[in-house]
Structures are given as C-alpha cells and as structure tokens.
Design a protein around this ligand. Structure first.
Ligand SMILES: [Zn+2]
Length: 46
C-alpha cells in the first residue's frame, strides 16, 4: 500500500471518481482508489 500520483479512475464501482495528476490516491495491485475510504471498502470486501 502506497501513495502516488497518477491519472486514473477510482476502482471502487460505487465511486468511480476521476483521479487527477497531483491528487493523492491509493494503489492496490493494478487498481487505484481516490480515497482511503474507497480503498478500504474494496480491499476489505472479500
Ligand atoms: Zn473513490
């Protein structure tokens, strides 16, 4: 789990917010999340 800059869409299907360059986002494998809340919701789902 790390914080990095990127341009992507939040991997949480309930969110799908755009993640802009310079915005802090959370990475989990190939997926990116706009907030820690999205990250935890998806990564703790299983
Ligand atoms: Zn999100």
């Amino acid at each position: 789990m790390k914080v990095k800059e990127l341009v992507d869409i939040c991997a949480d299907p309930k969110c799908e917010s755009f993640i802009y360059k310079g915005q802090i986002a959370w990475q989990h494998g190939p997926d990116h999340y706009c907030t820690i809340n999205c990250f935890l919701r998806e990564t703790q789902k299983k």
